[in-house]
Design a protein around this ligand. Structure first.
Ligand code: SF4
Ligand code: SF4
Length: 192
């Protein structure tokens, strides 16, 4: 049988070819993931999502009003709490909240002992839609676009073409590398 090869998205190749600013890296990563047509009124896969510093600066100030914004330590299986990401919340956040990379560069989830509903939703998900859609962070763009069970839409929404899982993992590994270092294990308030 003839072997089939997947063509690496040119934008991903570009990142490896020269030094780029954080903005350039994010814009290139955004090119990698094809848009998906979500079900009308659905934000079911939305949860607390991490932003890099540049991604956060792109969110319009009026959308940030009233939110609690924290630099959350990112737990990486190999590197420990070596980086931190920005996560906005609708309510207070426990000091022990941390972000966990489930595998190097793969999907992330928020670890916290509190189970309050306002902590497990994204404050930008309102009335069944993303209110910052064009500025949503890279992690959001993986959903429905990558053939990885952790980010596959449970309603069967799929991008065409559906990207192999390693593309999503590579993109998140690159994204992880542009995060600033984090000292200590506690999260802290962001003033931007
Ligand atoms: S990817 Fe699927 S679950 Fe997520 S918002 Fe779109 S339709 Fe809903
Ligand atoms: S930023 Fe938008 S797409 Fe991402 S989790 Fe929040 S509401 Fe959903």
């Amino acid at each position: 049988m003839e072997a089939r090869y997947f063509r690496i998205p040119p934008a991903l190749v570009r990142i490896t070819e020269r030094e780029m600013t954080e903005a350039e890296v994010i814009l290139a990563l955004r090119e990698v993931f094809p848009p998906v047509s979500c079900r009308w009124g659905c934000t079911d896969c939305c949860g607390p999502v991490p932003f890099s510093r540049w991604e956060w600066t792109q969110v319009p100030p009026e959308k940030k009003n009233g939110l609690t914004v924290k630099m959350i330590p990112v737990h990486h299986p190999r590197h420990g709490f070596s980086a931190s990401a920005i996560i906005p919340f609708a309510g207070d956040v426990p000091q022990d909240a941390f972000l966990e990379c489930m595998t190097p560069g793969a999907v992330m989830r928020l670890g916290t002992k509190l189970k309050r509903p306002e902590l497990v939703t994204c404050p930008f998900a309102r009335e069944g839609r993303c209110t910052i859609h064009e500025h949503r962070p890279i992690l959001c763009r993986l959903y429905g676009a990558v053939d990885d069970p952790r980010v596959l839409c449970s309603y069967g929404v799929r991008a065409v073409p559906l990207l192999p899982a390693f593309i999503g993992q590579t993109a998140m590994a690159i994204w992880f590398q542009i995060l600033p270092a984090h000292k200590g294990k506690k999260n802290r308030e962001v003033r931007l």
